[in-house]
Ligand binder design. Structure first.
Ligand code: CP
Length: 317
């Protein structure tokens, strides 16, 4: 099967059937990834470009490796060091890259809607690798893949997403994806880092300022990075107090169900949104009952991006 749409711009509006198709294909890709011969012809003759206007380690490298493992041609462009620094517009940059016979353009940009704008001006498929505080769909796909892999499914799971929700594209994509797949999502954090207008509750999720409440009896506890680069000053009093009242400490995560997953998209601010001892926890349930799968999320990110590149390029033959 291939995906019905040309682009993956977000998970809002993507059907449960399509999400399942990506996750099932990623399962096959993970087998290839775990083998001694990570070489397949799935992307032979295809050109994949990453176009990053913001920093990245996981997303960018996993797309690049996914392309190479599947026999595609991978090229990377950063805003700094490119003609963007000379003032070239996003649309002109997109047209230029499209004219180099690229099949997939993977864009990370600080502006909400930048991938949507790019997609309107190119023949290539566009994948959103994070646009402002809007969406980061491939992160949510790898998160859902990890939940399904470890807990056997997504429907009915209680998922607590904790921290800087306002600035988090990871929270938004997970919210859309998880609710589509039948999970119950609770968003929690300090009132200054929760969206004020009640818009997110319309999806059926719960929003609370009490992290203990959100985490209690959860199957999955997902910490969000405090995005210091996107914040005005004064959204929380101090890092020490943030950790004490809203951080994922062993005591707080111990309120979750036995065997609960602790997740984080990375990069981690240790001792801020999550204690090191929680982030580095065993991948099998420890004496406090939870297990960190943060390292496995990284591996699963490669498998999910392999699946997505395969399905999007198959669409075009
Ligand atoms: N989770 C995530 O998007 O990480 P990077 O910023 O390293 O890509």
């Amino acid at each position: 099967m291939a995906l019905s749409q040309k682009d993956l711009l977000g998970l809002r509006g993507v059907s449960a059937a399509e999400i399942s198709e990506i996750l099932n294909t990623a399962e096959l890709m993970k087998v290839i990834l775990a083998s001694n011969n990570k070489k397949t012809p799935h992307l032979q003759g295809k050109t994949i470009m990453t176009v990053f206007y913001e920093n990245s380690t996981r997303t960018r490298l996993s797309f690049e490796l996914a392309s190479k493992y599947m026999g595609g041609v991978a090229a990377n462009m950063s805003a700094s060091g490119s003609s963007v620094a000379k003032g070239e517009t996003l649309v002109d940059t997109a047209r230029t890259l499209d004219r180099m016979a690229s099949d997939v353009l993977i864009l990370r940009h600080p502006m909400t809607g930048a991938p949507h704008l790019m997609a309107k001006h190119v023949k290539a498929s566009v994948i959103n690798a994070g646009d402002g505080a809007n969406e980061h769909p491939t992160q949510a796909l790898l998160d859902m893949f990890t939940m399904k892999e470890k807990l056997g499914g997504i429907s009915g799971l209680k998922v607590a997403i904790v921290g800087d929700v306002t600035h988090s594209r990871v929270a938004r994509s997970n919210l859309w994806g998880l609710t589509t797949m039948g999970a119950q999502v609770t968003l929690a954090g300090p009132p200054t880092l929760l969206p004020p207008d009640g818009a997110l509750e319309a999806t059926g999720c719960r929003v609370t300022e009490c992290v203990d409440d959100a985490v209690r009896e959860a199957d999955v506890v997902m910490g969000l990075r405090i995005q210091l680069e996107r914040q005005q000053k004064g959204l929380f009093p101090s890092v020490r107090e943030y950790h004490k009242f809203f951080g994922l400490t062993p005591e707080r995560v111990g309120l979750a169900k036995k065997g609960a997953l602790v997740m984080h998209p990375g990069p981690v601010n240790r001792g801020v949104e999550i204690a090191s001892i929680v982030a580095d926890g065993e991948s099998s349930p420890n004496s406090d009952g939870y297990r960190s799968v943060i390292d496995e999320q990284v591996t699963n990110g490669v498998a999910v991006r392999m699946a997505l590149l395969f399905l999007l390029t198959r669409r075009n033959g």
